[in-house]
Ligand binder design. Structure first.
Ligand code: GLN
Length: 537
């Protein structure tokens, strides 16, 4: 069957949850047996979000092939349980970069290079790329930003052209809008939706389906009104109420028959109703916990939990698996000191020290790690969290006073964490870290080995610094083992402390591989350790 294309646009405001709606629709179609992928087109000029501050854009999600991408790709993977790749995230910057590079190479000799057709052609080429692989029945493209934004225009124009070229029933457009509730008037308002659909129509794109975010149920009369003003069928006005959890949204969309509307619009072959048993089972466990744990998440971007999106979601998956509610206590690492660490952490069942960059909050992370190491509280370090665990151990157990990472102190006499050799020559910032999937060999008999249940694993990375193997023998002698090693380079990937109930830290990012149907074993076992710790206290 020829690949069908679904475009998801947004209007009225940002943050309506296009990513979750796209992922939920994809889930419903996948659960009917279609192969589906989702891609995100972002209208900003950065080549990718790798150079953006997490405060600005939330977490940077890294794919298997090492692309630094928008956090929505994390949702796509968590919902669909299939990996995405560089091709699944495209920005205006990447489009222009390609066109301008081509221009310099002489690809357009004699021609004026213009937004239409050259930029829109390149957008269209990328819109079709995944579909042309032959792997997918359906490609869903989420267009970032709001219709009406100047920077979205070339994308909307490319969608207009492509729909025309693909022909009827080959594509459909879902427009996500908001029906604000006016308390004083006591009613939902449709005008912003009418306006945003009009803006989209003026650009030549008529949506087929409207998904209306709303805090209250949408009365039938109002659905009729929206249908009338916006040129859609009444059954294509889909209500999207605020959900208790994002993982409810596929079921809510199923109830509203979003998948059926899409199937009929695209004339997709008939398939059985979606098989959502395992999804529902997950929701059942998520909503009926039999235990609860408090886990401190120590990081410097805690004011914006989106900066740690994949970690938070991994805890949701692992919590559900353990039928345990995981309460995350956000701790700003900058505020942790020798004096307050006990009062901050004493009633925690586990502590996770988060990934990050730069000096700010580094000391507080070391204090938190010292406290959990000395008090046998389950500890999980990720990336910078693992590097901090190594520095803390060097300082407080090995007695190397000024031990540090050269990221924080380039002149330290004890560079426990140092820049990787192949990073030293690099001056360009974007896309140049050690990125994506690498294999790792776990030592038999270690905690890591028993957690994964196997020795050969593959995990995703995003870092420039590494554990300095010069110190490894001293570490191991004093009880901190390197239990995961990259077999090709010898880089330390996992360290764990002997004589501690659960002290495991990884240089890689396990949170990037946790999905609803495949919760990550490290998170699952960390939550389990926290449950046991809670019971014993
Ligand atoms: N800043 C550290 C490095 O680059 C850790 C990165 C991270 O936590 N993702 O190695």
């Amino acid at each position: 069957m020829a690949t069908k294309y679904i475009f998801v646009t947004g209007g009225v405001t940002s943050s309506l949850g296009k990513g979750i709606i796209s992922a939920s629709l994809a889930k419903l179609l996948q659960a009917r047996g279609f192969s589906v992928t989702i891609q995100k087109f972002d209208p900003y000029i950065n080549i990718d979000p790798g150079t953006l501050n997490p405060y600005e854009h939330g977490e940077c999600f890294v794919t298997e092939d090492g692309a630094e991408t928008d956090l929505d790709l994390g949702h796509y993977e968590r919902f669909l349980n299939t990996p995405t790749s560089q091709a699944n995230n495209v920005t205006t910057g990447r489009i222009y970069y390609h066109v301008i590079t081509q221009e310099r190479e002489g690809a357009y000799l004699g021609k004026t290079v213009q937004v239409i057709p050259h930029i829109t052609d390149e957008i269209k080429r990328r819109l079709l790329l995944l579909g042309e692989s032959g792997e997918f029945d359906i490609v869903i493209t989420e267009i970032g930003g709001c219709v009406g934004d100047i920077e979205s225009l070339p994308f909307i124009e490319a969608v207009r052209q492509l729909r025309w070229e693909l022909g009827v029933n080959e594509s459909c457009v879902i427009h996500l809008t908001l029906l604000p509730y006016l308390k004083a008037a006591g009613e939902l308002k449709t005008k912003p939706t009418q306006h945003s659909v009009r803006t989209l129509s003026e650009a030549g794109v008529q949506p087929d389906i409207l998904v209306c975010r709303s805090e209250h149920p949408i009365p039938t009369e109002m659905r009729k009104k929206i249908a009338l003003f916006c040129n859609v069928k009444i059954n294509s006005v889909i209500e999207s109420l605020d959900a208790e959890t994002i993982y409810d949204v596929p079921l809510l969309m199923r109830k509203e028959k979003l998948d059926e509307r899409v199937i009929s619009k695209l004339k997709l072959p008939h398939r059985a109703d979606p098989d959502l048993d395992s999804w529902k089972e997950f929701l059942g466990r998520l909503k009926n916990p039999t235990a609860a744990v408090n886990i401190a998440l120590v990081g410097k971007y805690v004011e914006l939990p989106d900066a740690y999106k994949s970690i938070v979601e991994s805890f949701i998956h692992a919590g559900a698996y353990n039928e345990c509610k995981v309460n995350i206590k956000w701790i700003q690492s900058e505020h942790v000191t020798d004096e307050n660490v006990a009062s901050l952490l004493h009633n925690m069942d586990g502590v996770l020290v988060a990934p990050g960059f730069g000096e700010r909050g580094f000391r507080g992370k070391l204090e938190a790690i010292r406290y959990v190491r000395e008090n046998n509280i389950p500890f999980f370090g990720i990336c910078l969290g693992m590097q901090c665990a190594a520095v803390e151990f060097a300082r407080n157990v090995l007695g190397l006073q000024d031990a540090a990472s050269t990221e924080m102190n380039p002149n330290t006499p004890h560079p426990i964490i140092d820049m990787m050799a192949d990073q030293k020559e690099i001056t360009q910032k974007g896309g140049t870290m050690r990125l994506g999937a690498y294999t790792c060999e776990l030592k038999k008999g270690s905690k890591a080995y028993s957690i994964y249940g196997k020795s050969k694993i593959s995990e995703r990375h995003r870092h420039r610094y590494e554990f300095n193997n010069k110190y490894l023998a001293d570490f191991e002698q004093a009880g901190m083992q390197a239990t995961g090693i990259n077999p090709e380079t010898g880089l330390v990937e996992v360290i764990e402390l002997q004589n501690h109930p659960w002290f495991v830290a990884a240089q890689y990012h396990p949170e990037l591989k946790s999905t609803v149907l495949n919760p990550h074993p490290l998170f699952v076992k960390f939550v389990k350790a926290a449950i046991n710790f809670g019971k014993s206290n």
